[in-house]
Design a protein around this ligand. Structure first.
Ligand code: NAD
Length: 471
């Protein structure tokens, strides 16, 4: 029986390994993590991440050929294939701070593999890493090789949170990069055989190591660039009376461009886009390509501009002040169908509104109160203007309330900001909401999901991204 061990039981490691276990009953899969609380949650009824379809798969496979463990060393030592799916955040200090990928977790995983291994291993880069990382990993492993043959493969993950299971079941492609040596090709074939259990052969692409590593950064940069392109266009639409949805539709009909990923919004978020572009920028700079670095930097600048533009629109529409006004925040996750708030635009929007002394009432169907508290209270901002984050209790005035219902969030509010495109926000009883709000009642739709005409008929003043303003 082939044994797989995945180091890192996060948003990537958990779902990818659950799907491998489901599709490959003959393979034993152990997902390990240094976080005891994460592994405890994976072994419980309350999984540590929300992802549609995931719970069913875990229930089906856990205890059969899928295991979650904190015993990292033992499981690594016993594995034939080791996926490394640890976090690779942006460095916060030292050389390359604010741009380069922090490979601390990767390096410690590699050193541990070298320490505990006693048999040949295929080490698979699942995390998103800078191009040439495999070279560094090889150095670490070979220094302590004890005669062991390590083959390093790059197998970046392209799943999107919120649709992870669907993406894993039916991937556009599986990319495997490896060495062109006979051992490298043999390792590629071993990994191909795993995916071949459910992925059609023509969707499994093999390349050299550096192409695979760079392809992941390139794919995220292209996706984020598309969002910034349409968001930049949305600003021009607002200035000219064009409608960004109509422009996107017309542009997307060109088969060379395509219609996906052309929705204007308050901006992109998530743990990957910004970090991976910053990483790309750093790599360009290190390779003496400042013009290319500047090109990609612009994608992030436009994203920051879009978030700022949204807040400015809120404040300027509400007679240039939100001081003391209650604003309902509908949605805090960076996208629908996930509880992940990493780099969510909601953090920037909420903080800006709080700086302008607004009162916020936040509702998200999947984000916990702890997450919101952590996300809104961890920077200098709180030093200057302490924010008291507590659940709403009738009769008290709090700067931030976290509530469990959209109607409760909007009660007595002066405005609603929709920051995540949750389906339930499309079908709310907006008449009921309007009746219980202060007047004039504003809706700022940061995801362009509401029926603008209907809401205007009810009496709302509606602002959507890149669309003509209220008559
Ligand atoms: P995550 O933070 O959710 O999970 C990483 C896990 O690795 C954590 O639970 C952490 O405790 C664990 N870990 C760190 N060092 C460890 C060690 N030495 N031993 C054992 N466990 C260790 O991160 P994620 O979102 O799953 O992302 C993982 C990687 O995949 C990143 O490089 C990311 O860029 C990439 N990626 C993420 C997504 C996504 O949608 N989240 C998609 C594609 C690729």
């Amino acid at each position: 029986m082939v044994k797989i061990c995945c180091i890192g039981a996060g948003y990537v490691g958990g779902p990818t390994m659950a799907v491998i276990a489901l599709k490959c009953p003959s393979i034993q899969v152990v997902v390990v993590d240094i976080s005891v609380s994460r592994i405890t949650a994976w072994n419980s009824e309350q999984l540590p991440i929300y992802e549609p379809g995931l719970e069913d798969i875990v229930k089906q496979c856990r205890g059969k050929n899928l295991f979650f463990s904190t015993d990292v060393e033992k499981n690594v030592a016993e594995a034939d294939i080791i996926f490394v799916s640890v976090n690779t955040p942006t460095k916060t200090q030292g050389l390359g701070a604010g741009r380069a990928a922090d490979l601390t977790y990767w390096e410690s995983a590699a050193r541990m593999i070298a320490d505990v291994s006693t048999s040949n291993k295929i080490v698979v880069e699942k995390s998103t890493v800078p191009v040439k990382t495999a070279e560094a990993i090889e150095k670490i492993l070979s220094f302590n090789s004890k005669g062991i043959n390590y083959q390093i493969l790059s197998n970046p993950e392209f799943l999107a949170e919120g649709t992870a299971i669907q993406d894993l079941f039916n991937p556009d492609r599986v990319l495997i990069g490896g060495k062109e040596t006979p051992d490298g090709q043999k390792a590629i074939q071993t990994l191909k055989d795993v995916y071949a259990h459910w992925v059609p052969e023509d969707r499994i692409i093999t390349t050299n190591l550096w192409s695979a590593e760079l392809s992941k950064l390139a794919a995220n940069a292209f996706l984020a660039q598309r969002i910034s392109s349409v968001n930049a266009m949305s600003a021009l639409c607002e200035a000219t009376g064009a409608d960004v949805s109509q422009v996107s539709h017309a542009v997307g009909k060109d088969t060379r461009i395509g219609s996906k990923f052309l929705n204007a919004s308050v901006g992109f978020g998530g743990s990957c886009f910004q970090k991976d572009i910053l990483n790309l920028v750093y790599i360009c700079e290190c390779n003496g390509l400042p013009e290319v670095a500047n090109y990609w930097k612009q994608v992030i600048k436009v994203n920051d501009y879009q978030k700022k533009r949204f807040v400015n629109r809120v404040v300027s529409s509400m007679f240039n002040t939100v001081s003391g006004k209650k604003i309902a925040i509908l949605g805090f996750a960076f996208k629908k169908d996930t509880g992940d708030t990493r780099e969510t635009p909601a953090i920037d929007v909420c903080k800006e509104l709080l700086r302008d002394r607004a009162r916020l009432s936040i509702y998200d169907p999947q984000v916990t109160m702890d997450q919101i508290q952590r996300d809104l209270s961890m920077d200098k901002f709180d030093w200057d203007h302490p924010v008291h984050l507590q659940p709403v209790s009738p009769g008290t005035v709090k700067k931030v309330s976290i509530v469990w219902d959209a109607y409760e969030a909007a009660r007595d509010a002066h405005a609603i900001c929709i920051l995540t495109e949750w389906d339930e926000f499309k079908t709310l009883d907006y008449q009921r909401i309007f009746d219980n709000m202060q007047k004039p009642a504003f809706v700022f739709d940061g995801r362009n999901i509401v029926n603008v005409r209907k809401l205007r008929e009810i009496g709302f003043i509606v602002y959507s991204i890149g669309k003509p303003l209220d008559p």
